[in-house]
Design a protein around this ligand. Sequence first.
Ligand SMILES: Cc1ncc(COP(=O)(O)O)c(C=O)c1O
Length: 366
Amino acid sequence: MSVVLSKLAGLIGDSPTLKINARARALKAAGQPVIHLGGGEPTYPAPLSAVKAIIAQAESRKIKYSPSSGTPALKEAVLNYTKQFYGRSYEPSQVLISAGAKQALFNFLLAAVDAGDEVVFPAPYWVSYPEMIKMAGGKPVAVLPARDLQVTAQELLAAVTPKTKAILLNSPCNPSGQIYSEEFIKTVVEFAEQKNIFLVMDDIYHQLVFDGNTVPNPAAYAKEGKNLVIINGVSKLYGLTGLRIGWAVCAYKELIAAMGRMQAQSTSCNSDLSETAAAAALNGDQSCVTELRKMLEENRNTLLAELAKIPHVRVAKPAGTFYSFADFSHYNASSEELAQYLLDKALVAVVSVWRGRVLAHQFLCG
Ligand SMILES: Cc1ncc(COP(=O)(O)O)c(C=O)c1O
């Protein structure tokens, strides 16, 4: 007989992305020619600025604990980045550096959500959102669009109740690649302020947009900015997924401080080496971002052209990210079964995302 595990342990599912990555890796290690379209990371090599900074610090032989909320140098780099892309100045006490955007988001949930509080987000969504919200004791409320792949502001806001603590948006969106319009963002930012709930912008892909477009700036519509939490990181922007560096920025210092306490009592601090490298990437030559964007756009075009050759597969053109959200429902009514079939029969690793609607989630630059 085994010791009974917590209720939470029973409630939280595996990350489908990490699961498919592990299977694909195992098959590859066994010599199978797997085409890996299942992971959420650009194959792009790390920027040299980051690599050189890591080497220099490692050679100094000083690899120690760092300040829990982030080094002053990285905070400054993040604040400069935020000023440049959001047009708003924040102070070091309004930013928290974490082990990836994922931990930043998790810290937010722990600091803001009480048992039973609702967190509203549009479907399709990043597969981790519901599990992370549940881990914090909250109730995930996914809002399905009546048509196409994108909810309207009216559909989203109709799901907000007195129990709603936060709205969570990801634009461009993993997995659909779609971008919310200026009007949509303005409406949601103003609504969150009016109702005094948080609006969390998961902006991890905000520079990876195609066809010369840019994403709307939520900070342009926030007054005081205490309800707006901006989450970002170096994982997707520079292909630096292995550093595990992300951040949260918010004008509400008490929120950032509470999130910092969650972090201090869990991971203590971030990796010192990673923080140095992330600061160097942010302060270094940004032509790598332009190159990455160009490569992803070309890959998107290739993938769309190839998918168009398969009869009965439908896919909306991704406006950004490195995902496409192809609808194979003509062939199989379960996205899990479809992902399994593609891996077993064709050695193509994809992630199943939208249960019941049979859509496959694909990585464009594998
Ligand atoms: C929408 C979204 N947010 C956050 C993350 C996590 O990023 P990080 O590597 O910074 O934790 C991912 C990674 O796939 C993502 O797709």
